[in-house]
Design a protein around this ligand. Structure first.
Ligand code: ADP
Ligand code: ASP
Ligand code: MG
Length: 406
């Protein structure tokens, strides 16, 4: 018996039938004597649909208003689950972000949680109520509704689990755990029983959207045990926990991919102090996150500079750089949205050489051109043409010995 936070993703609450299944699972946990706090996403596809509607009206809707709109998706599911639980004679109360006292900064669309007023929630839970919180949303100190970035309900769940000192945070989703590669892309991906916060942080930052990266950061900082598992079965999933001795044995433990990438190249930039700052300052000021950067070797005092940004920011970044190019005298600005990043990750890579050469040779054998490369102690990433993503993931998964035996 204890306090358990259960989060259900969009596919787990896609219709009333599934909301009923969620209610049964919550009720079962409650009947076992646990206190339960439920965090819900919007029904699958609803957030995308709301964004589509807003962008039909305006190309760049006011961010504050967009958050008011997007928050409605989670408001709907939270209320529907509470109504379902009540109809089953369970005392459930739904709450929006501000009611659950999820206080954030004021970065609309990508807000960070500053604090959660735990006493209020604890008071309600102690009276044996099931609290159903709308995920993905909070409010800033002025009372504006904010949202936490795509996939943000994971972060609501872990943050509430940490604020309430819950015994466990369960993330229910449409796969039965965290795999060595996206199981929807790589048939031979294997389920991982236990993964360290650091490795999961890397996977999430490199495209494994099974957990939002900020939720993993929270879990690591506050040592929240997270169990990722399926809404559609009773099977054990994957535990995300602190690193232990046995975890370093694999050289490569996962392959990830990220199609949310676009590339921008400034041709023939003067190779002199201050130019890089001129290129990247306006990008940072626009709140755009740059991932990889490559500067070519200097030739005749000039160089090409290439970098990647999320696809959604591509248009804005191109517009910014066209202006910058004029200012600094760059010859041209090229853009490409049809790229993807594939990465191999492994804590064990720290002590092994040769991983990069195996990766490059494997891609070469399939005739896949590597457009950009970046590395860290525990990962290697390559930018390739988007159409080769699935193939690249599969061949890398095989060559590093990760395939599930038949
Ligand atoms: P939810 O709506 O429940 O939050 P998401 O779509 O955000 O679900 O995350 C689950 C999806 O993450 C899976 O359907 C799967 O395609 C994807 N995914 C990507 N990489 C992995 C991985 N390594 N292991 C498991 N799932 C992964
Ligand atoms: N509904 C939001 C999204 O689709 C948040 C979430 O599902 O976690 O991104
Ligand atoms: Mg998600």
């Amino acid at each position: 018996m204890g306090l358990i936070v259960q989060k259900f993703g969009g596919t787990s609450v896609a219709n009333l039938e599934q909301i009923h299944s969620v209610a049964k699972r919550v009720a079962k946990t409650y009947d076992q004597g646990n206190d339960v706090v439920v965090i819900l996403s919007a029904m699958a596809g609803v957030t995308d649909g709301l964004i589509d509607m807003a962008t039909k009206i305006s190309e760049s809707p006011e961010k504050r208003e967009l958050d008011v709109l997007l928050a409605t998706g989670e408001q709907t599911t939270a209320a529907l689950l509470a109504i379902t639980l009540n109809a089953m004679n369970y005392p459930a109360l739904s709450m929006l972000g501000h009611q659950a006292k999820v206080v954030t900064d004021c970065s609309f669309g990508n807000a960070r949680i500053i604090e959660i007023g735990a006493e209020y929630l604890i008071d309600i839970i102690k009276k044996r109520n099931i609290v159903v919180v709308a995920g993905f949303q909070g409010c800033d100190i002025k009372g504006n509704i904010t949202t936490l970035g795509r996939g943000g309900s994971d972060t609501t769940a872990v943050a509430i689990a940490s604020a309430l000192k819950a015994d466990l945070c369960e993330i229910y989703t449409d796969v039965d755990g965290i795999y060595t590669a996206d199981p929807n892309v790589c048939e031979k991906a294997k389920k991982i029983d236990k993964i360290s916060y650091d490795e999961m942080l890397n996977m999430a930052s490199l495209g494994a959207k099974v957990l939002q990266i900020r939720s993993v950061g929270f879990a690591k900082k506050y040592n929240v045990p997270v169990h990722v598992r399926s809404s559609f079965s009773e099977e054990e999933g994957t535990m995300v926990v602190s690193e232990d001795a046995g975890m370093e044995s694999l050289i490569v433990s996962a392959v990830t991919h990220d199609k949310d990438q676009a590339r921008i190249t400034l041709k023939k930039v003067h190779d002199q102090p201050g130019i890089a700052a001129k290129i990247f300052t306006p990008i940072a000021d626009a709140g755009i996150v740059v991932d990889m950067i490559i500067q070519n070797t200097r030739a005749q005092g000039q160089t090409d500079l290439t970098f990647t940004v999320p696809k959604k920011d591509f248009q804005m970044a191109m517009e910014i750089e066209l202006k910058v190019a004029e200012e600094i005298g760059a010859v041209d600005v090229l853009g490409d949205k049809n790229i993807a990043k594939v990465s191999v990750i492994g804590v064990g890579m720290k002590n092994h050489s040769g991983v990069a050469s195996i990766m490059f040779n494997t891609l070469a054998k399939e005739n896949i051109n590597i457009i950009m490369i970046s590395t860290s102690e525990i990962r290697i990433s390559c930018i390739i043409e988007e159409k080769y993503t699935e193939l690249a993931v599969r061949v890398l998964h095989t060559v590093f010995g990760l395939d599930e035996e038949d």
